[in-house]
Write a protein that binds this ligand. Structure first.
Ligand code: ADP
Ligand code: MG
Length: 592
């Protein structure tokens, strides 16, 4: 019996579609790229319900003839390459002839198109790979491709989509990646009837500020370099504007956004130690390379590329960025102000410094268990009195972390490298990661006593404005009610700008924007399947960011408080994201 049969095109296309179009944003990318390949100078993107209901791209490019209009939905139909050799000299964005076939397999598509030298254009309706109708139409020169009800026939995909705000932020990111580097083309983005971006042709720097906001104009140094193998043009962020997340890092090769960890590392390396820990520079860098020396073909979504001259590129890019930053380094090297703490005055004549002394308590035995003190002396900076009363612990009330409950801390703590707290327990010596411990404590407070958690908020002397991209602003608005219960006072100023008038204690005002950016990044990245996950994602992000950093000196009181609070948590030994907080060195190990 013969078992093999050839899949009908519609099925094959639907399978292929899974690879090319996994969410609305990827359809947006394909349509925008097609419009650019058609050499359009004005491209309009219209979406409804984050692309679920409608994605439409209207361009004034070359348009298609009647027969091309029909052919373009066939698999491997492309006007961009003719033979295998062409693959090595690609100057266009598309070339596989797969995108439209894939999109038409999983949506209802309406194409209207007219070439510049035809009087009449064509309208085609195609649904799940089947052409429903084709007729001549009067329409402007260029192409309009409207993709309706994406995944209408693939319910599994449809259900897999995230909330509109999340899907839309992916679309917005695709839009940024394309419009940034094609700053000579006019683009608009309209979402649910709102015009979010109206980008006029201009320089890269102008485009950056149209997309990210006017203040961006002053935040960059220019990078420029011409060599035989690459030409580099772009902007790198001044170190003081570094962010807490890797959000605004854009690398382009031959007009295409790429991800290339080694090249990104080259840029970051150039900053050396100009950046504080856990912060990342923003950059927008375009590279021009001979297309025959790259392979863009290794990944179907084409953000990954391989270069033949990997190492040389790395070195050139790093030194170009270094040179751009030179202005900054020079400025710091030239400042001769010595920090005051190094001005140690000479000792007066005849003065003999006393020998250093160590004070200790000879009666103290670290392995002798006494019930822990109730550490209610407050570090008013971090804790609210009422909160603490409810958290008060004593040796006999803590039972929830079984292997630790019998071993509550003694009153003495020691800090190592301003990052770890060492304290004796009956079972040994506990080494506690202060940041992770604090993260656990904050997380439990935030997520358990949702309403009262950190309501002790601190009014800012000067209100602070934070702004976001339109999609992020929508997302941020959704989070506002939660943020308010955690002690933030935030109001909308405009569609994308918010004014913050109060925050929970201990959040640095200057870092507020980065703080919120990180929350949005974490929130978008979180897998949200259940109702509760939203709160969890938010609490995790808040706790991680508000926790005391390694390298922060703590007083004895603060350390004791932290340890007591930690042991009051049901899951004292791991952070919400599963990292280890406590290591116990056993007495027998100490003996060794
Ligand atoms: P590819 O872009 O890889 O060639 P697509 O499936 O995206 O494949 O498009 C197939 C063909 O349809 C293109 O090669 C091009 O000839 C034509 N086409 C698609 N979109 C447009 C457009 N906006 N304007 C003109 N021609 C287009
Ligand atoms: Mg294409």
């Amino acid at each position: 019996m013969d078992l093999i049969n050839i899949l009908p095109d519609s099925v094959a296309n639907q399978i292929a579609a899974g690879e090319v179009v996994d969410r609305p944003a990827s359809a947006v990318k394909e349509l925008l790229e097609n419009a650019m390949d058609a050499r359009a100078t004005q491209i309009d993107l219209i979406v409804k319900d984050a692309g679920r209901t409608l994605i439409q791209v209207v361009d004034n490019g070359c348009g298609m003839s009647d027969s091309d209009a029909r052919l373009c939905f066939e698999r491997h139909a492309t006007s961009k390459i003719h033979q295998a050799d062409d693959l090595f000299a690609i100057h266009t964005m598309g070339f596989r002839g797969e995108a439209l076939a894939s999109i038409a397999a999983i949506a209802q598509v309406e194409l209207r198109t007219r070439t510049h030298d035809n009087e009449l254009g064509t309208t085609i309706l195609i649904e799940g790979s089947h052409i429903v109708s084709q007729q001549p139409t009067a329409c402007p020169a260029g192409t309009s491709m409207a993709v309706k009800n994406l995944f209408f026939n693939v319910p599994a995909r449809r259900n897999f989509l995230k909330k509109d705000s999340v899907e839309f932020s992916h679309i917005e990111e695709v839009f940024r990646r394309i419009t940034l580097i094609h700053h000579d083309i006019a683009f608009t983005l309209n979402s649910n009837g709102r015009l979010l971006y109206d980008l006029k042709p201009g320089s890269l720097l102008q485009r950056i500020s149209q997309l990210f906001g006017n203040p961006y104009k002053e935040r960059f140094f220019t990078v420029e370099e011409e060599t035989d193998i690459v030409s580099i043009k772009g902007f790198v962020g001044k170190p003081e504007y570094a962010r807490k997340s890797r959000g605004e890092q854009y690398l382009f090769v031959n007009g295409r956004f790429i991800k290339h960890p080694a090249l990104s590392a080259a840029v970051e390396k150039a900053y050396d130690d100009l950046l504080p820990d856990h912060s990342y520079p923003s950059y927008f860098i375009g590279l021009q390379v001979d297309p025959s020396r790259i392979d863009v073909n290794i990944h179907p979504t084409k953000t990954e590329v391989k270069f033949i001259d990997d190492h040389a590129l790395f070195a050139i890019l790093r030194s170009a960025v270094k040179r751009a930053l030179g202005q900054f380094t020079l400025a710091t090297e030239l400042s001769f102000d010595t920090p005051e703490e190094f001005n140690i005055p000479p000792a007066p004549k005849g003065y003999t410094p006393p020998a250093p002394k160590i004070n200790y308590n000879p009666d103290y035995n670290p392995f002798h268990a006494t019930p822990a003190q109730t550490h209610l002396k407050l570090t008013k900076k971090t804790y609210d009195i009422d909160d603490l009363k409810s958290l008060k612990v004593s040796a006999d009330t803590v039972t929830s972390t079984p292997h630790l409950s019998s071993t509550l801390p003694q009153s003495t703590c020691m800090q190592v490298q301003n990052s770890y707290i060492v304290t004796p327990l009956t079972s040994g010596l506990a080494v506690i990661d202060q940041q992770r411990a604090h993260e656990r404590i904050l997380f439990d407070k935030l997520s358990h006593s949702h309403i009262n958690a950190l309501t002790q908020s601190q009014t800012l002397l000067f209100p602070i404005n934070c702004s976001f991209s339109p999609a992020d602003a929508d997302l941020f608005s959704e989070l506002l009610p939660d943020l308010r219960t955690y002690g933030f006072s935030v109001e909308n100023l405009s569609q994308t700008t918010f004014v913050v008038t109060a925050t929970p204690p201990d959040i640095k005002e200057a870092e507020l924007q980065g703080f919120f950016d990180q929350i949005l990044t974490d929130y978008k990245g979180a897998v949200m399947t259940k109702f509760n996950d939203r709160t969890r994602a938010l609490c995790t992000s808040l706790a991680r960011q508000m926790a005391i950093r390694p390298g922060t000196p703590l007083t004895q009181e603060e350390m004791q408080q932290l340890v007591a609070d930690l042991f009051a948590c049901p899951m004292a030994d791991t952070t919400p994201s599963g990292k280890k907080i406590i290591t116990i060195v056993k007495p027998e190990e100490l003996l060794k």
